[in-house]
Design a protein around this ligand. Structure first.
Ligand code: SF4
Length: 242
């Protein structure tokens, strides 16, 4: 059960495997593609039905997260289709890096998207995640045809992305889909997953990076959301004037 993985109370399925290797990943054990358990669409439905009264009372539903759920887009599309047919709201938590031929069929059955923007600079994105920004840029282009809402998320790293220029560039990245964006969440980097790296014998390059001050992150969050609303208002007024 989750309260921060989309609207309302939600059942969250974490799909194994991720094409990114974020330096700050709190779940490095979710990156490899060797899953321990497979699950069918019927099992997803059965679990969702068990908690239906919580969804109905809170406006919640089911979220698919990861790893990276879009790497298993065919299954996500099938599961979301079945959930929607049963009246359950669907949410996709993604970084926008998946198997692109399945994007349209996934989005057709998705109500809400939580979209992580890792960085705004191509070189820094590559350093942080191991991949350039082509994937996220392509996914944002695809979202121009999406009919639901998008919540943008950005993990703020002290000394790296805690500045107003980065906030402005995040806004630029999502400008083309701003009407679908309900809010932008600035998530302060924290140290909760640190102990997993030595356990898994994976080098942790963020060992010396301090946690982000959550109060400062809130200030940036207020700034970026105020600018987002201004952009939306300006566009509506421009359209009225035309
Ligand atoms: S996208 Fe998420 S799961 Fe994948 S490496 Fe980054 S933080 Fe970890």
């Amino acid at each position: 059960m989750g309260l921060v993985d989309g609207p309302g109370i939600r059942t969250v399925f974490f799909l194994q495997g991720c094409p990114l290797k974020c330096s700050y990943c709190h779940n490095p054990d979710s990156q490899h593609f060797m899953g321990e358990k497979s699950i069918s669409v019927d099992e997803v439905l059965e679990m969702a039905n068990r908690y239906r009264e919580y969804y109905d009372a809170s406006g919640g539903g089911v979220t698919f997260s990861g790893g990276e759920a879009l790497m298993q887009g065919e299954f996500v599309a099938e599961a979301f289709k079945a959930l929607k047919a049963n009246g359950v709201s669907t949410c996709l938590d993604t970084s926008g890096y998946g198997v692109s031929r399945h994007y349209d069929s996934v989005l057709k059955y998705t109500d809400h998207i939580l979209l992580d923007i890792k960085h705004v600079d191509d070189e820094e994105h590559l350093k942080l995640t191991g991949r350039n920004m082509d994937g996220i840029k392509h996914f944002i282009d695809v979202l121009s045809g999406f009919g639901g809402k998008v919540t943008i998320r950005h993990v703020m790293i002290p000394g790296q992305t805690d500045n107003y220029e980065i906030m402005d560039r995040v806004l630029e990245m999502v400008a083309s889909i701003k009407k679908k964006v309900d809010k932008i969440e600035i998530l302060p980097y924290h140290k909760a997953g640190d102990e997993k790296y030595p356990q898994l014998n994976i080098p942790y390059t963020f060992e010396m990076v301090p946690a982000m001050d959550p109060v400062k992150a809130q200030v940036y969050e207020a700034y970026i959301n105020a600018r987002l609303e201004t952009m939306k208002t300006m566009e509506s007024e421009h359209l009225k004037a035309v």
